[in-house]
Every structure is written in structure tokens, then in C-alpha cells.
Design a protein around this ligand. Sequence first.
Ligand code: FAD
Length: 473
Amino acid sequence: TLQLIWLRRDLRSRDNTALYQASQNGPVICIWFSFPGQWQEHNDSPNKLWFWLENIKVLEKNLSVLNIPLLTRNLNRFADAPEALLQVAKELGCQNLWFNDEYGINEQRRDDAVEQAFQQQGFNCHRFTDDVLIKPGQLLNKQGQPFKVFTPFRKALYRDLTPEQHQPYPAPAKQKPLKGQLSSDPLPDIQPTLSETNLWPAGEKAAHQQLKAFIQDKSESYKDDRDFPARPGTSMLSSYLTTGVLSVRQCFSAARQANSGELDTGNAGLTTWMSELIWREFYRHILVCFPKVCMSKAFQPETDQIPWKQDTDLLTAWQEGRTGVPIVDAAMRQLVATGWMHNRLRMVVAMYLSKDLRLDWRLGESFFMKHLVDGDIASNNGGWQWAASTGTDAAPYFRMFNPVSQSEKFDPDGDFLRQWLPELRELDNKSIHNPNAGNSLFTDESLYPSPLVDHSKARAATLEAFKKIKKQN
Ligand code: FAD
């Protein structure tokens, strides 16, 4: 009998656990829902949604080659899913629904409600772990508790991880064409706000080409290059991973294979890259084991007492890349123009917002979500709470980047700064990092602003605020 697969953040035909398993049980049909009301509530960016929709179009074509239809339907909120899915299942005569688990709290509640509704009516729900290497909540420390620190988490995960466990599944086999189909709703028309759309070609083919090129050409120097935003040193695969066009198994297997099956030893570039994939994994486990982080709560509760400043001018200047600190401004312009920001710079601008400007990290978290093509609640929240020293395994509160030193260290020739701040192009390699340190060119604020805050004073005030909270608790 016909098997119904609900696709969500797993927009791929190859190595899709639910799709593959369902296809072992009969002919399959896929469905995808839009949830504009829910997306808005989750701050999902038009850039991410546009990328998602482009990938659905490609997937629909790829699946049609296998005679697998992909229906698309427009709903509004997650709460609409159980009824809509049951209706489709009944119309198609499908007794079984198959899907891969998602880990945000609202997504989990939605999926539990769907499962319950199906069971109540005598239908079956088959759920799979697919977005991670190990089911969140399964990996525990010696005390039987979830890990709160990354390195022991990674070590525990690596201890027993055999290549077979992350071996990707093949695509389902071509099936006979299905008769009498249901109609689809037109996909929502969502235009991206980013200007450089050519950075994000849609589809599995493009994603696999990029993965292959990274493993072949860049992975060995990844450890040396990954912190320099002017070098094309990272994989730029995050948007494919976030929408599930690529799976973590596919990435991890490719890297492990290139590293002769080793995890912790071998090529330093490959081991570092695999370790970054485990950061993604770690934050997903945190999301499930500590769902408060999904609900705008700090992981370390006492840090919610920090007196964050209420200052919309500071926030707007940060958002618009007008802080007077070139590395911060260049990074923010990269984010808005491309929907992506280099990891080193995500750390720099997040620390600058939360420690130099002392604005609430949640403001930065939501601004990132509104622009990122790879916006992902687990990794974004994890990254923000790390930078603000409010999270698991966070940077200790007394560790504060000096943004100018970061700029000098990781963009020594100012190449990245010149790319995004044409107004600074003529400056020499030293003064470009801190143009208002005695440079008469910029006495005119309209050309380039003076720094919003003095780093050493801001540093001292933030340290004081953290110390006070730590003493009280
Ligand atoms: P690569 O360096 O090639 O890494 C490979 C993959 O590993 C990435 O695609 C990503 O899936 C994963 N990864 C790498 N670093 C991290 C990390 N620190 N945490 C979690 N996963 C990681 N990543 C997102 O995918 N979505 C987000 O919304 C997001 N928000 C972030 C916010 C902040 C404040 C910080 C500090 C980091 C954030 N990251 C986020 C993590 C990281 O910056 C991006 O994954 C990375 O820059 C993507 O580029 P890449 O694909 O070239 O990465």
C-alpha cells in the first residue's frame, strides 16, 4: 500500500531515513507544508525560506524522475498539521505516515500531536533520527546526565561511533507511476532580502559538488584557513545542512573516509572539520535536554539578571554596520548582503553586541535569524549564548574579544574590510583596523563613524556587571 512521507527540514532524496525506510514498504508519496504564521513567530528569515522553497522545487523534479510525487500544501501554524495530514492520508488511503524528527520545542510538540492524532484513528506513525548522528538525549555522562561541556561530549560520541552508524542510505528505487493524484497548492512566493543569491545554488547536486570540492581541495588546510574571513577556507555548507539538502551523515562520512576512517587522529584539517560538525550535534542535544534554551532563557539562569542596556540607537548602529569598528561593520554588512557570516565574525559581532554594547544577546540572536540563510535555532542560540557567556560551555565572562585585535589578527591585510567597507579602501593595512585612532580622514562622521563605545571602558563595566551577578548567586 501507498506510504505517506512528510518532508520538512530534510529536503533530499539520498540518505533520507524516513523516505528510504518507507520505500522498503511500498510505493511512496511525499508531502510538504508551508507554515507562514509559525515561520513569522520563529523569526525565520525570508532568505532561509526562499532557499528552502528553491530546494523544494529542485527536489520535486528529482523525485519525479523516480515517479515519486511531492505534494505541497499551504497551512499557517503547526497546530494545523495533524488534521491536514490525517485528511491527506485518508484521501490517499495511506495507513502509514513516515517522518524524520526535528528538535525545536514547537516542532516536537507538533510532531507529538500528529502522532497522537494518527494513533487515535488507528493509523501508524514512523519517526526517525535523521538530523543528527546520535539521538539527542541518548548520550549521557557517567552520572547518567546530559553533557554540558563540548569536549567530553565529543569524546563520548567518538568512543563508539563506527562508520556503519553514519553510513548514508541510498535514494529510494524508481517506482511505478502512481495513478490518480491529489493536487498541490502553489508554493508561497517569498523573495530574499540578500543581494547575492548566486552564492546559494539550490539542490542536492549543487550541495554534493560543493561537499566534494571542499573535501578534495580545502579540507586539508581547513585548520589553518578557517579563521580568516578573507580566505575561502570553510565549506559554506551550513545552509544545505540546515535545510537538510545534505545530511550530517553524508558530510561526516565523506570527511572520515578522506581521513582513512580516523576521527581524532590523521589530517588536522579533516579532524577539525568533523569536530565542527559535532558542535552542530552538541547544540541539538542541548536543545532537547535543556528545552529552556528554546524559550529565550539563558542556560545559566543567574545571567538573566545582567542589566542589559536598553538602547535602540546602539542596536540599530550594530544592525546597520555603523559601529565605527570596521571588523564588526564589515561582518554585519556581509550578513545582510549574503545571508551568511563567517564563523570567526559571528563570534566577534556577538561578543561585541553582548559585551561591548552590553545589549541583550537575544536581540542579536533574533536579528541573525531574520537574515541568515542557515538560521538554525540550536546552533544560533548555542553560538549566541557562548559569546554572551550565558550558555553551556560558554566563553568565561572575563574572556572578551578586543574587536580591533581580532581584526588585526584574522584580517591582517584588511582584505575582508576593503571588500565590505569601500569607504576604508584607501587606508593602509594598519590604520584600516581602527581608522579613528588619530586618522584625520574620518573626522567627518558621515564618511565613517567614530566607535560607539570605548572598548576598555566597556570591558570594565561588563566585567563588573558579571562579577556582581556571580557574587550574588
Ligand atoms: P564550516 O566551518 O565548513 O563547518 C561545517 C559545518 O559544521 C557547518 O556548516 C555547520 O553545520 C557546523 N558548524 C561549524 N561551526 C559550528 C558551530 N560553532 N556551531 C554549530 N555548528 C557548527 N550555524 C548554523 O548552521 N546556523 C546558525 O544559525 C548559526 N548561528 C551562529 C551564531 C553565532 C553567534 C555563532 C558564533 C555561530 C553560529 N553558527 C551557526 C555556527 C557557525 O558559525 C556556522 O555553522 C558556520 O559559520 C557555517 O559556515 P560553514 O558551513 O562554512 O562552516
